[in-house]
Design a protein around this ligand. Structure first.
Ligand SMILES: N[C@@H](CCC(=O)N[C@@H](CS)C(=O)NCC(=O)O)C(=O)O
Length: 221
């Protein structure tokens, strides 16, 4: 049983924005505490008692305990307020796909953004800082591009149209990343497009053999 209020520790332009959005979607009242950007000031304000790692977001639950890690916080809000339909029900196949993407973003894109933002933390040699930052920027860009492609679906009645569509999208992907067909990311994009752009009839939602059209990542309902 949920009682009392949530207290979110966050800061403008950080990962706490997603938690604010989730609370707004769920229609949940909460208190918001602005954590100073300066680590010394945050520690002096007692923030390490909430999150010893010193990062935002952190959330004090109505039972008085605190959790950190934005992804864990978002999953908690989704599960605690199922009527908000922020995530599919726990244990469902749709939830498995949902969690996969949430973790994909957390592990690759958020972490990559941190390497861009704090490159000095990822090398012992200050001379390498700019290289770490540039590599992180490219890493984030590649993951965003693949993510965008995996969210793209298409049905074409004729097989040559479907192939042309895959080809065009692959070209857009390669141009965006400045890579050629031999790059392993170009090959990943091709594999995604094979599944996401299908030949079929959008009126009957079947492929030429009569089977229903399915997409590898798209879960409805
Ligand atoms: N793994 C944490 C990372 C949180 C994080 O890096 N927050 C940033 C703001 S977006 C922060 O507090 N940075 C300050 C620091 O690392 O010193 C999460 O997913 O919530």
């Amino acid at each position: 049983m949920i009682s009392g209020r949530y207290r979110l520790y966050g800061r403008n332009a950080t990962g706490s924005a997603a938690v604010e959005a989730a609370f707004a979607e769920a229609g949940v009242d909460y208190d918001l505490v602005d954590v100073p950007r300066n680590a010394g000031e945050a520690a002096a304000a007692g923030y390490l008692a909430v999150n010893p790692r010193g990062q935002v977001p952190a959330l004090v639950l109505p039972d008085g305990t605190a959790i950190a890690e934005g992804t864990a916080i978002l999953l908690h809000i989704a599960d605690a307020f199922p009527a908000s339909r922020l995530a599919p029900p726990p244990g469902s196949f749709a939830r498995a796909h949902h969690d996969r993407w949430l973790l994909f973003l957390q592990a690759n894109i958020y972490e990559g953004e941190l390497r861009r933002y704090y490159p000095d933390r990822y090398t012992a040699d200050p001379v390498c800082t700019e290289n770490v930052r540039a590599a992180a920027e490219d890493y984030v860009k590649r993951h965003y591009a693949l993510f965008a492609l995996m969210c793209t679906y298409g049905i074409e009645l004729l097989s040559d149209n479907a192939e042309e569509c895959r080809h065009n999208l692959a070209e857009v992907f390669n141009t965006f990343l400045g890579i050629d067909d031999n790059d392993e990311w170009a090959q990943a994009a091709r594999a995604v497009l094979e599944g996401n752009i299908v030949q079929g009839d959008a009126l009957t939602m079947t492929v030429p053999g009569g089977r229903p059209i399915t997409f590898p990542e798209l879960i409805t309902g």
